[in-house]
Ligand binder design. Sequence first.
Ligand code: RB5
Length: 148
Amino acid sequence: MAERIPIASDHAGFEMKEKLKAVLAAKGFEVQDLGTNSAASADYPDYAHALAREIEKGGAKRGVLLCGTGLGMAYAANRHAHVRAAVAWTPEIAELARRHNDANVLSLPARFVSETDAEAILAAFLSTPFDGGRHEARIRKIELGDEQ
Ligand code: RB5
């Protein structure tokens, strides 16, 4: 069965979201579009929370967010348990976010990356495994907050 990947954006990421939906579908994923559905102004936290809930509930393993900088989406998504949203503006950062941080949400800065770059960043995010090892304990410490 195809893996379902939720994707969401605000108005700043709308156009790129539409492009990446096609890329994900071509890679064989089942794309779950959580909005927004036009280039009209929209509040990014509404979409970030909707997507993060999918990860938090365990309904989806990983997801993709887009806003102007990627930052607001990541701030909102990272308030949810088990969500590790990474803002990545190069494939190398996406790769390290997977290898070291086991990022499960990619947050793309749609106003600062080209479509070609976004595709390469997405590909790195999707194809790179978590290194585990010494990084496991560090990930656990994120979940624990300062009670360690
Ligand atoms: C929208 O103008 C912009 O603030 C938003 O897309 C995002 O960059 C917020 O972090």
